[in-house]
Structures are given as structure tokens and as C-alpha cells.
Design a protein around this ligand. Sequence first.
Ligand code: CA
Length: 169
Amino acid sequence: MSLSILKTSFTSKFCSSDHKPNNVVKNVALKKRIQQSSWYAKTRSRGNYICCATEYANDGNATTFSHTNYDNFPYLWVDLGRMYDIKRIEIINRSESYGQRLHDLDITVGPTLKELSLCVHYKGPGKTNEHLVFHCNKQMSGRYVKLTIKGKEYLQLSEVMVFAPEISE
Ligand SMILES: [Ca+2]
């Protein structure tokens, strides 16, 4: 009796550890590890909005935004934690002002930070609080998604979302 219970639980555990994508497409960048080229400031209130920590770019809250310094080629990357088949990437530009600072943006994707390929380029300039939807020029898989402005600028993002089929644990 106890042996058959053990077998049953082993079988179900084995099946559930089979990592396969399902058809549920979700934002796999939400609250994942994130880094940007620099911090303009840690936390600063801007009216109804909150600036500037890196993790504000993927906290699921459009009223908080990340903000780099005035860098050469400012960037921000998200580590999705594993490889995903990327369906689309969405960006919500800074919410209360200075949306035009988003321009000449390369969105790159790859398995590591040293093996990134161009998904799509956005010429811009963006508009404040604009919600942008990007599809890569070809089907791409990756663990890292990196956004880089090709020039000297501030990079400031309310939200970066990466949509991919969820992978069951
Ligand atoms: Ca946010």
C-alpha cells in the first residue's frame, strides 16, 4: 500500500518537472533581475510619480520609472532567468515628462550579455507615457533583453515587458 503511494507521488513529480512551454503568454520580465548603466538618483518623488531606481522599470507599476545619468550609450538589461521564445517586447515610456529622450534605441536579445543580437531598432523620438509594442525582426529566443540608446542621453522607462510563453516548472 505504502509502496504504491510512493510510486504515484514519484510519477507525478517526474511529470511536473518536465520543463515545457505552455500556451500562456505572460510578461516574463516582471520583477526579474535588472541593471542599468547608472542611477540618476535612488528614489525621488515627481508629483504622482516616483523616479529613478533601476527596478522601477519592471515592477509592474506604470507610475514608477527608472532613470540613468546622461550617459554615452545608456543601457538597461533584464535577466529573464532562463531562455524564452520571445513573442513581443513592450515599453511604457517615462510617464510625466521628457518622453522625447527615448530615441535611437536598440533592443537586443540573447542567451548571455555577450551574445546579444538585434531584435528591433526604434528611431523615435518617443512621447511621454507612450506605450510601445515591438516585435523582433525574426523569431528570437533569449534570457537577456537589453535596451541601449545609441548616443548620449538619459534612459528612463516606466516599464519594460517581455512577453513569452510561460514555462511550467
Ligand atoms: Ca514601473
